[in-house]
Design a protein around this ligand. Structure first.
Ligand code: AKG
Length: 322
């Protein structure tokens, strides 16, 4: 029965019916793409199947050529420019020492405070979801002006913070592309920034990633038989998606890299970069980190697996906790 309700699209539609303020911005976009939908209707990649697989215009450009002409890029110090320049080719950028030791200490103290006050909203896999809604400090971290400027440069457009996740321990999450969880049309309108909040080495579950994998086709529900029907979501377990990703990695002979980070380092990845978390080799160790996901402006944003439109974060929906 629970599985039936989880897969029954009407349950999500009823929930969304009461979220008009956070969904109505989609209506002009639906009209632009010829979709006949209400603001609370289900949505998935299948709705765009009749259109060419459009992507964010930045994905057709070469960062090595366009960034040097960008005034915002020209103002960055030479070492940051070097970190950002190969973005188009690699699909990720590493910003060493982006946050200071004091900033990292303040973020960690804030997370401890949210946990102690029972304000932290724990999600699956021991992760704190959307703490940006409980903490002004974490929201300011996620929207720090220099970071937002870098994200705008990489996406070639304004970005809006959608979500944050704080980890105390390693995620150990299998390889995936964020675009199966937070999807956009045109594709490529999502970007993530991950902050190391302590030393991350081979034993406490570092991030892994596959350079260049962002250029492969986006894997969507149809690619692992999970499209479902007009009323029901697909019934394939998430493991089937992970299996499909592993198949793609093997078929293309992709080579995994691991990000060994110092506190304050930032790893930014493209919407379609294959990545995940390495196993925790030393179970006594924590792996404190915070990841934020941002949507690019002027795109339809939704969740492919649950076929729900994404709720826009309104300023009024942020409760200030500190
Ligand atoms: O922090 C990690 O280990 C993985 C995080 C991740 O894959 C994500 O947020 O998409």
């Amino acid at each position: 029965m629970l599985d039936f309700l989880r897969r029954f699209k009407l349950s999500y539609m009823l929930y969304n019916l009461f979220k008009k303020n956070q969904l109505r911005h989609n209506l002009p976009l639906y009209r632009r793409y010829g979709l006949k939908k209400w603001y609370f209707s289900p949505i998935s990649s299948r709705d765009f199947a009749h259109l060419p697989p459009e992507t964010n215009p930045m994905d057709q450009l070469d960062s090595g050529e366009v960034f040097p002409r960008d005034p915002a890029f020209q103002q960055l110090p030479a070492h940051r420019q070097a970190e950002l320049l190969p973005w188009s080719e690699k699909g990720y950028a590493i910003l060493k020492g982006f946050f200071s030791a004091d900033e990292v200490a303040a973020i960690n103290a804030e997370v401890d405070r949210l946990i102690a006050n029972r304000q932290a909203k724990w999600g699956v896999g021991n992760r704190i979801m959307f703490a940006i809604h409980q903490s002004d400090l974490l929201r300011r971290t996620a929207t720090q002006p220099q970071l937002m400027q870098v994200l705008k440069l990489l996406m070639g457009k304004e970005v809006e913070l959608f979500q944050s996740i704080n980890f105390i321990e390693a995620s150990q999450q299998k390889t995936h592309s964020d675009s199966i969880h937070m999807t956009t049309y045109p594709y490529g309108n999502l970007i993530a920034a991950w902050i190391a909040l302590e030393e991350v080495d081979a034993t406490n579950g570092p991030l892994h990633y596959y350079p260049g994998s962002h250029r492969l086709p986006y894997l969507m529900n149809a690619d692992f038989g999970n499209e479902g029907t007009a009323w029901m979501l697909g019934n394939k377990p998430y493991k089937e998606y992970e299996r499909k990703v592993a198949e793609v990695v093997a078929a293309h002979g992709l080579e995994k890299e691991v990000f060994l980070a110092g506190p304050g380092d930032v790893f930014i990845w493209h919407a379609n970069l294959l990545h995940g978390g390495e196993p925790l080799a030393d179970p006594r160790r924590t792996r404190k980190s915070m990841v934020m996901h941002y949507y690019g402006a002027d795109a339809v944003c939704f969740h492919e697996l649950t076929q729900r439109p994404s709720l826009k974060v309104l300023h009024t929906s942020i409760r200030q906790g500190s």
